[in-house]
Design a protein around this ligand. Structure first.
Ligand SMILES: [Fe+2]
Length: 294
């Protein structure tokens, strides 16, 4: 008798990251896991919105095999910090090479956002693999956008359901607090502005998420900008209340992944004079967001 994926997930040792959200999956060595085990991990991810696996030891080829179990890996917008020979693996770091050149993007991802929201087809998920971690600070915070949406009063849901947001990568880079990027003509041409729903419907099961973000949001369609930004600030504050947020304290060898269709995330600062950090980021291609009523 074959075992279904659901039964396989039930057999995993899982503890929640936070009440109803996320799964810490224990006792799996991703480097040596067979394809059936990886398929079970993918299913657990689909069910829980985020997964954590600790004590991993993964070379770049292992990371590529693992991420490919989730779908087609996505390339990165900025190309200069990818691992040589691995254009899908992006380095996040404050470290310098022997010539004093940065080894990776520093303070990338500080500020609540969802990855690639400025693209027509934003990335489905983000994976971070911790190579070197600071002793303190540098946490990654994930906010459960489905729980936040579900808790809204019905009248507020009805007000937000039809809203559309204008996202812009150029706007994001030009207004970014921690900016180490330049906008080349090539980058500008490759990243035209897009319009996405504020309430995003999950393609797997129809769950609705309050798909708000900061940084790339330039306008809300049909609203005056000061009124729109006030609403964005109010919603980001609402969805990032502690009751919706899991704060991840990194250990070396951690693999943390989240579904960008139903979460918001941010990095946090650390003492970059005192500590080194190196993490590898990988993305999986996603689909155009589904609006309520589509
Ligand atoms: Fe991010």
């Amino acid at each position: 008798m074959t075992t279904s994926l659901t039964e396989s997930v039930a057999a995993l040792q899982i503890t929640p990251l936070k009440s109803e959200f996320g799964a810490h999956i224990h006792n799996i060595d991703l480097k040596n896991a067979d394809d059936a085990t990886l398929a079970t991990v993918v299913e657990a991810f689909r069910l829980h919105g985020a997964i954590l696996l600790r004590n991993q030891s993964m070379e770049p080829d292992d990371l590529m095999r693992f991420i490919s179990a989730f779908g087609e890996p996505e390339l990165h917008t900025q190309k200069n910090y990818c691992l040589p020979g691995y254009p899908h693996i992006f380095k996040l770091s404050n470290m310098l090479d022997e010539n004093g050149k940065p080894l990776g993007a520093h303070n990338d991802g500080v500020g609540w956002h969802t990855d690639y929201s400025y693209k027509k087809e934003p990335v489905m998920c983000t994976m971070l693999y911790a190579v070197t971690v600071p002793d303190e600070g540098g946490e990654t915070l994930l906010a459960d956008q489905v729980a936040a949406y579900e808790d809204l009063p019905e009248a507020k849901k009805a007000q937000l359901d039809p809203l559309k947001i204008h996202h812009s990568y150029v706007h994001f880079i030009e207004n970014r607090e921690f900016n180490s990027y330049q906008i080349s003509d090539e980058i500008r041409d490759a990243n035209p502005d897009v319009i996405h729903p504020m309430i995003r419907v999950h393609p797997a099961d129809g769950r609705k998420a309050l798909w708000i973000s900061t940084g790339t949001v330039k306008h809300i369609i049909g609203m005056e900008d000061d009124q729109a930004m006030k609403l964005v600030d109010e919603l980001v504050e609402y969805v990032t209340q502690p009751k919706y947020v899991y704060s991840h304290k990194w250990q070396q060898g951690d693999v943390l992944m989240w579904d960008n269709r139903c979460t918001l995330h941010t990095g946090s600062l650390y003492d970059d004079k005192k500590y080194n950090r190196m993490a590898h980021r990988l993305w999986v291609k996603g689909e155009a967001p589904i609006s309520v009523g589509d």
